[in-house]
Design a protein around this ligand. Structure first.
Ligand code: BES
Ligand code: ZN
Length: 456
């Protein structure tokens, strides 16, 4: 192990430089005009994998390619086999004016690298790649066979990954999946995440008059779609955060006393949280702590809302239509399709007669939960403790990685979530960053993990 750790220490600067090269690719999966950048990012990653000695393929799909890279292995190897999953696609950087440095010109400042994708997720899977490089380049025997599966469509729902895994099932059969695409409360509280929320996305559109109308001539005698939509949305969640869709909470599993105790160990103070988010007051469902509210309770969120005139000055119209994008975060044992049905039913029941409502689809993902005390979790905790020099915790997180349920369904294995993001890393926000210290400790964690997983 010592040569591996020394290698990681001695190559710190080079690793940072390479991560910056990776971050320079604007691999925005949601925007078709970035298709060439997606290909370039995949090619860069594959090149890196080959350079460290991995058997690497760029696998085509109907959408973005998937990079699959394997450590060299002996025929009939009896070592445990683990997948390391990550994604090379990133969220759109908008709104651009809010970035202090350009999102695709990685900038090092205060011990961080600033760039879109720095934490979510290029920096995090890159840490694993460096750890494997250290094993291979120092001739240290890897205790596990490892296959990297790095996709390019996570930020849009991973639509092509499950079919790919099914097709390659024999090849990808493994003892577990390791994913660093979540977070930890602080470097002093490294964490294994044992549950993620699921998600159901939906767009709702209301059409009213056949064209924008003069609000003075017609207003008052015709339904205003923008107002109708606001009134409907107001009936979906109350002012304290409780979702008002009938039957919404029916399948929510009760939190055990053990889990609530674990959640109470997650460091949190209201004032610091408030400051970090830049809000005047905290908000949330009564009877639950903020940590519980954002990881173990379901929510109904408006992600975008549009109607009418958005330009400068005023324009006196009754807009012809209004629309909104909604995501609902789900917790065990809620099912996306059941919730979708209930939400649609509720919206239909409260939709006024003067508008026509249409729904359009979004992506979905089941909530995820595994035992917080499995052997794999314990291996993760040991690796985190050695790398971060602090007692780790187990926790739930509020974000979603829908594909990990497919790993379970198709390959029958659990996922070990070892997130390296810090709460102020600005995932999906302007000025995303990744701490270089987290990058290095993430490599140490990965280096320590493989012997622990091989011991199970
Ligand atoms: N890395 C995030 C998920 C995440 C972040 C989980 C922090 C836990 C803590 C991932 O890239 C992501 O953003 N996922 C999307 C999934 C959606 C597009 C289906 C999400 O959660 O919104
Ligand atoms: Zn993301």
């Amino acid at each position: 192990m010592q040569p591996v750790l020394d290698y990681l220490e001695n190559n710190r600067q080079r690793f940072v430089g390479e991560l910056c090269e990776y971050l320079r690719h604007p691999s925005i999966s949601a925007q078709p005009d970035h298709a060439p950048d997606m290909r370039a990012a995949a090619a860069w990653l594959a090149g890196r994998c080959r350079a460290i000695g991995l058997k690497t393929e760029i696998c085509k799909t109907p959408g973005q390619s998937i990079v699959v890279a394997k450590t060299p292995r002996r025929k009939g190897s009896s070592k445990p086999h683990y997948l390391v999953y990550g994604h090379y696609d990133v969220q759109p950087p908008d709104p651009l004016p809010l970035w202090k440095t350009p999102p695709f010109e990685p900038t090092i400042a205060n011990g961080n690298v600033y760039a879109r994708g720095a934490t979510d997720n290029k920096g995090q899977h890159f840490a694993h790649l460096c750890a494997i490089e250290a094993y291979l380049k120092t001739g240290t025997e890897l205790p596990c066979d490892i296959t990297f599966v790095i996709e390019g469509e996570e930020e849009m729902g991973s639509g092509n990954l499950a079919p790919f895994i099914k097709k390659r099932r024999a090849d990808l059969q493994c003892d577990g999946v390791v994913v660093s695409d979540t977070g930890m409360p602080s470097p002093k509280h490294p964490a294994v995440t044992y549950s993620l929320r699921g998600v159901m996305a939906l767009e709702v559109r209301l059409d009213g008059p056949s064209r924008d109308l003069h609000s003075g001539i017609f207003g008052g005698s015709v339904e205003n779609p923008a107002m109708a939509l606001c009134q409907m949305l107001a009936k979906c969640r109350d002012a304290e955060g409780k979702v008002l869709v009938p039957g919404f909470y029916d399948d929510v599993a009760k939190l055990s006393a053990y889990e609530r105790k674990q959640m109470a160990r997650v460091p949190h103070t209201d004032a610091a949280y408030r400051r970090m988010l830049g809000v005047k007051a905290l908000f949330g469902e009564a009877g639950y702590t903020p940590v519980e509210q954002r990881s173990a309770r379901p929510t109904f969120e408006i992600n975008g809302l549009t109607s009418g005139y958005q330009g400068e000055g005023s324009k006196t119209i009754v807009p012809s239509h209004a629309s909104c994008k909604i995501t609902i975060r789900l917790v065990p044992d809620q099912k996306p399709q059941t919730i979708l049905r209930k939400v649609k039913q509720h919206l239909k029941a409260i939709c006024p007669p003067g508008v026509k409502m249409t729904f359009s689809g979004g992506h979905e993902g089941d909530p995820y939960i595994v035992a917080p005390d499995s052997h794999q979790v314990r291996a993760g905790l040991t690796a985190l403790k050695a790398a971060f020099g602090a007692e780790p915790i187990v926790m739930r997180e509020g974000g979603s990685i829908p594909i990990i349920n497919d790993f379970k369904k198709i390959l029958g294995v659990d996922t070990l979530l070892l997130g390296l993001a810090l709460p102020d890393d600005n995932l999906h926000s302007p000025n995303e960053k990744f701490s270089l210290d987290q990058l290095h400790k993430g490599m140490l964690m990965s280096a320590r993990l493989w012997p622990e997983l091989a011991r199970i």
